[in-house]
Design a protein around this ligand. Structure first.
Ligand code: SF4
Length: 195
């Protein structure tokens, strides 16, 4: 989902979702790589091959399911904020007042997110699409190649029940997916204490 959902068993903290991603345990026994079929031996160490090593198919079907209808959050980092503010022809401060809200976290930190309408639609969703598409945040740009979505085959399959674009369309290479994942993980959502 493009908006990070607040539903059961799903991380609700965007980039902090990384903390929720279980890292597979790599084991090496008697010179062979054990435990998972995705492990390969390179030199004297075991290297993990992601389950998406042969690529994944994805093409957005523009159903808008990930942009509306349910509570969520789209966290913004500084690059997102600057890009969106330029697009809206506002200063970053004006953009925050007009289109953002602060999300309370368990640690007491407040993180910047796009606002939602009263029906939970993204503030920029209108007439079947994203009015800010050209300036959309990295969280939206990198979906569905998020840490917890591409953690393993089971996570990917589970997400495919929510997003009809998964397993459709062109094949995205492992290299491309890794690039998207890196961009997703690199985000540092803006904290209210920074402003
Ligand atoms: S196809 Fe998937 S990514 Fe595209 S709008 Fe629907 S839920 Fe979102």
């Amino acid at each position: 989902m493009t908006q990070t959902q607040s539903s059961e068993n799903q991380c609700t903290l965007g980039s902090s979702c990384d903390a929720f991603a279980e890292q597979p345990t790599l084991t090496k026994s008697s010179g062979t790589c054990a435990e998972q079929s995705t492990l390969t031996k390179t030199g004297s160490t075991c290297a993990e091959q992601p389950f998406y090593k042969d690529g994944l198919n994805f093409a957005c079907q523009q159903c808008s399911h990930c942009c509306r209808d349910f509570p969520g959050m789209v966290l913004l980092d500084k690059t997102d904020l600057d890009r969106l503010a330029r697009w809206a022809e506002l200063t970053p401060g004006q953009f925050i007042l007009a289109y953002c809200r602060w999300i309370d976290t368990d640690s007491g930190e407040k993180l910047l997110s796009l606002r939602e309408k009263s029906n939970y639609d993204c503030i920029f969703w209108q007439n079947g699409g994203c009015t800010a598409y050209s300036a959309r945040p990295v969280q939206c740009r990198t979906y569905p190649f998020w840490t917890h979505v591409i953690k393993d085959q089971s996570s990917w399959d589970k997400e495919s029940k929510e997003c009809p674009g998964i397993n459709k369309g062109p094949l995205h290479s492992a290299e491309e997916i890794s690039g998207q994942l890196a961009a997703y993980k690199k985000r540092v959502p803006i904290s209210k204490t920074e402003l």
